[in-house]
Design a protein around this ligand. Structure first.
Ligand code: GLA
Length: 693
C-alpha cells in the first residue's frame, strides 16, 4: 500500500519504495504540506502544526506550506490557481471535502476533492504513486459546475516544498543549435523563473526542476520534477523568508486566459516528481526507467539515415534512391526523406502547407523511392511540418484566414512562414486528413514532425497557447490509433520539443540541429539527466560541421552518436571506400550493443584526470559498454582511471580492451577501476564488457 491515512483520518502519507510525501487537512479544511524526503513508516507519527502568524504582516497563509495555494485572501506568494467568477469575484476560498483512492493500472492514486466555499467550483488534487520507480505524479483538475463561465488566469499543476534554503537549482538554457546547455545556480532570496512563451517547450529552458543540497552524481539530496507539457510552461522557484524553498510548475500564465464553461473541467499537465538521497544518478535512473517502462513505445529504435544535411531542399527521386541504396548497404534500417519533397518547396521561401508530392522531383511518384527503400529492407520515413504554411503556397492562397493573425496588423513571418491556427476545427481536420491520407496511400513507417517557428499574432483567443499543443497531441494520438505501427519523431527546429509531455505521444526526439560530435557530448550529457537515452536521436554528419566548422574523425563522430539512437546524416555518396567500411563496421557494432544503449542503465562516470575525459557506462543485465572521449588533452602524459558502477562486486567481468581481454571482479572495477589513456585530438573508445561468472 503506497497510500496510508492516519487513524484520525486527516494525515495522508504517500510512500514509494524509499521516499515519503505527507500532508494533512487542518480544522479549516486547508491542505497543508508536512513532509517530502526519505521514507518514514507511519502517518500517525506526523502532526499538523498550529497555524500562527509571525506578525500581522506575515499572515498564516504566507507561512504555512499549502499543497495547492490558490489566489485569494492574505496570500501573496505565487499561487497555483487564479480564477475570476462571472460576478467579478476574483478570489478562491477552498476547503477539503473528501478523498478517493483509485487503483486502475496497479498503481494507487489519491484524489483529494476540494470545493469552493460559495461557488460550484471544484478542485481535485491527484497524487499517483509509482513505488518501484520512487516517483509520484501530481496534477490538478478543476471543474465548473455553476451556471456561469469561470475565467482561469493561472493554472499550475502543483506546489512542492523543500524544507531548506541555499539550494542549487539546475536546468538547461540554450537556443536553436545550442539546446541543452546545463546550468546550475544558487537559490537565494527572490525568485527564479524558467519558462517558454513561444509555443514550444525546450529551446530556452526545459520544463523540469532539479534542486539539490550540494549533491554530486552519487551523493546528496536531490528534489526534482518534470512537467508533461510541450507548449508554454513556466516554473517558479522561490526561497521564502520562512526557511523553505517552494517550486511550482504548470501552464505559463503569460498571455493565457482559459474559459471554463458551465459543466466543463480541465486537467493540468502532470509533474513527475521524486526525491533522491544518493545524488543525480538515482534521479536519472528512476526517470529513465519510468520513461522506458511506462511512457514510451516498446521496442528498439531503428538505425536511421536522414538525407537533410546531404541534400537539403535539393531532393529528387534519383538522388534519394542512390542515397537509400547506399544507406541500406551501410546497414541503416530506416531511410528518412526530409524537407523539400512536396509542393513547390525548393527553399524556405515557398510550398510549405502544400502536401502533395512534387512531380518534377518525383516524376514516378513517391512510390519509386519507397519501393527502392523497401527493396533494401529498410523502413521509410518522411518529414512534415503540419502546423505551418508559407505565404507563397496554395494552402495560404486558399485559406488566408487559417493562420494566427489580427485583421488590422501585418502578420510576422519567421523562416518565411506563418503558424496555422490548429485550434480551428477545419484546420485540425485538414492536418489530420493530410497525414491520414499520406499514411494510408504510402507505405510510411516514420514521421518526422517539425515546427520551425514561434507563434505570434495569436488573435483574440488567449487560450491558444494551451489549445495549440493539446491539438498537436490529439492529432498524433488519433493518427496512431489508425496507424499503430508508425513511429513519430518530435522535432521543433532541432530540440525545441524535448519534454515528458510529448514523450509517449511521439517516439523519439530530434535532440538538436547541432550535430557537431564534440558539442553533442555536452548536449547529450545534459539531456541524459532527465530524459531517456532511447529517445535521443543522434546523427553522424559530415565535416567540416555545417555549424561549428569543426573537423572531427569519423570514429569519434560515430562514437558520439552511438550514445543515443544512432542516425547517419552524411552525404554517404561522397564517402571513400575507407569511410564506407568504417561506417559499416560502426553500424554493425552499434546494432550489437543497441539493447544495452537504448534500454540499459546509464551512468555518467567520474573523471579523476586533469584531462577532460568524458566517461560513460551503459549496463543491461550481464553486459555493459563504456564510452570514453578525449577531445583534446591538456596534460599530455596523463590518462584517466575509469571506475565502473552498478556491477556485482563478487562477480567477474571480462573487458574487451584494444590490447586484449582482461577479467576483473566487479569490486575491483568499481573501486580500483581500470587505467585508460587516449591519444591525440578527438580520441575515443568503446569498450564492451560482460559478466563472466
Ligand atoms: C529543421 C529541422 C532539421 C530539418 C529542417 C528542414 O531545422 O530541425 O532537422 O528537418 O528543419 O527544413
Amino acid at each position: 500500500m503506497s497510500i496510508a491515512v492516519s487513524t484520525n483520518n486527516n494525515i495522508f502519507l504517500l510512500s514509494t519504495d524509499s521516499t515519503s510525501y505527507a500532508f494533512g487537512i487542518d480544522d479549516r479544511g486547508l491542505v497543508r504540506h508536512l513532509y517530502w524526503g526519505k521514507k518514514i513508516a507511519s502517518a500517525d507519527e506526523l502532526e499538523i502544526p498550529e497555524l500562527t502568524e509571525v506578525s500581522t504582516n506575515d499572515p498564516v497563509f504566507e507561512i504555512t506550506p499549502e499543497e495547492y495555494p490558490v489566489h485569494g485572501g492574505l496570500r501573496y506568494k505565487e499561487s497555483c490557481l487564479k480564477a475570476a467568477f462571472a460576478d467579478g469575484t476574483r478570489e478562491l476560498v477552498y476547503s477539503f471535502c473528501s478523498y478517493d483512492i483509485e487503483n486502475g493500472d496497479g498503481y494507487e492514486e489519491l484524489i483529494l476533492h476540494l470545493r469552493d466555499e460559495r461557488y460550484e467550483f471544484f478542485i481535485d488534487l491527484h497524487y499517483k504513486l509509482y513505488p518501484d520507480y520512487d516517483l509520484m505524479e501530481r496534477s490538478a483538475e478543476i471543474k465548473n459546475q455553476s451556471e456561469e463561465p469561470v475565467m482561469i488566469e493561472k493554472f499550475y499543476s502543483a506546489q512542492l516544498h523543500i524544507p531548506y534554503d541555499g539550494l542549487n537549482f539546475s536546468n538547461v538554457h540554450g537556443h536553436w543549435g545550442a539546446e541543452q546547455q546545463r546550468f546550475v545556480q544558487k537559490v537565494s532570496y527572490g525568485k527564479i523563473t524558467i519558462e517558454n512563451r513561444r509555443g514550444i517547450s525546450s529551446h530556452n529552458h526545459n520544463p523540469y526542476f532539479v534542486l539539490d543540497r550540494d549533491a554530486a552524481e552519487t551523493t546528496g539530496e536531490v528534489f526534482f520534477g518534470a512537467l508533461r507539457m510541450s507548449g508554454n510552461f513556466s516554473g517558479v522557484v522561490e526561497q521564502t523568508p520562512y526557511g523553505e524553498t517552494l517550486v511550482q510548475m504548470g501552464l505559463n500564465p503569460h498571455d493565457c486566459l482559459l474559459e471554463l464553461a458551465p459543466g466543463q473541467s480541465l486537467v493540468s499537465p502532470a509533474v513527475i516528481c521524486g526525491y533522491s538521497d544518493s545524488g543525480f544518478e538515482t534521479m536519472s535512473h528512476n526517470l529513465h526507467r519510468f520513461a522506458l517502462e511506462r511512457v514510451m513505445r516498446k521496442g528498439l529504435r531503428p538505425v536511421l539515415y536522414n538525407s537533410w544535411e546531404a541534400t537539403e531542399f535539393n531532393v529528387n527521386s534519383r538522388d534519394q534512391i542512390k542515397l537509400a541504396e547506399q544507406a541500406g548497404e551501410l546497414g541503416a534500417e530506416l531511410f528518412v526523406l526530409d524537407d523539400g519533397w512536396f509542393g513547390e518547396r525548393h527553399s524556405t521561401q515557398n510550398g510549405l502547407g502544400d502536401w502533395y508530392v512534387n512531380e518534377g522531383k518525383f516524376p514516378n511518384g513517391l512510390e519509386e523511392l519507397i519501393d527502392a527503400v523497401k527493396a533494401q529492407g529498410m523502413m521509410f520515413g518522411i518529414w512534415v511540418e503540419p502546423e505551418m504554411v508559407n505565404p507563397k503556397s496554395r494552402l495560404y492562397q486558399e485559406h488566408p484566414d487559417w493562420i494566427y493573425h489580427y485583421e488590422t496588423r501585418v502578420t510576422d513571418t519567421s523562416r518565411v512562414q506563418y503558424v496555422l491556427n490548429v485550434t480551428k476545427p477545419e484546420v485540425r481536420e485538414f492536418i489530420y486528413d493530410m497525414l491520414d491520407n499520406l499514411l494510408t496511400r504510402y507505405d510510411i513507417d516514420y514521421i518526422k514532425w517539425d515546427a520551425n517557428r514561434p507563434i505570434s499574432q495569436t488573435g483574440p483567443q488567449r487560450d491558444i497557447w494551451y489549445k495549440h499543443i493539446m491539438t498537436v497531441y490529439e492529432v498524433v494520438t488519433e493518427l496512431k490509433k489508425k496507424h499503430p505501427d508508425v513511429l513519430f519523431e518530435a522535432c521543433a527546429s532541432g530540440g525545441g520539443r524535448i519534454d515528458y509531455g510529448i514523450l509517449g505521444i511521439f517516439d523519439d526526439f530530434w535532440t538538436s540541429d547541432n550535430t557537431d560530435a564534440f558539442d553533442r557530448l555536452y548536449i547529450q550529457d545534459a539531456y541524459s539527466r532527465i530524459h531517456p537515452i532511447k529517445g535521443m536521436r543522434a546523427w553522424v554528419t559530415d565535416c567540416p560541421n555545417f555549424l561549428s566548422g569543426r573537423v572531427i574523425p569519423l570514429t569519434f563522430r560515430f562514437h558520439s552518436a552511438m550514445m543515443g539512437s544512432l542516425g547517419i546524416g552524411c552525404n554517404i555518396l561522397k564517402f571513400t571506400e575507407e569511410e564506407k567500411e568504417l561506417s559499416k563496421e560502426m553500424i554493425r557494432q552499434y546494432k550489437e550493443i543497441r539493447p544495452i544503449i537504448q534500454e540499459g542503465v546509464f551512468y555518467r562516470l567520474d573523471n579523476p584526470s586533469p584531462n577532460p575525459y568524458f566517461l560513460y557506462e551503459y549496463l543491461k543485465d550481464d553486459s555493459g559498454v563504456i564510452f570514453a572521449f578525449l577531445p583534446q588533452s591538456k596534460v599530455g602524459h596523463r590518462g584517466t582511471r575509469v571506475r565502473l558502477r552498478g556491477l556485482d562486486s563478487q562477480a567477474l567481468y571480462t573487458l574487451r580492451l584494444k590490447d586484449g581481454d582482461i577479467t576483473k571482479s566487479g569490486g575491483y572495477l568499481m573501486n580500483r577501476g581500470i587505467d585508460l589513456k587516449l591519444n591525440g585530438d578527438y580520441a575515443s573508445a568503446v569498450i564492451k564488457f560482460e559478466k563472466s561468472s
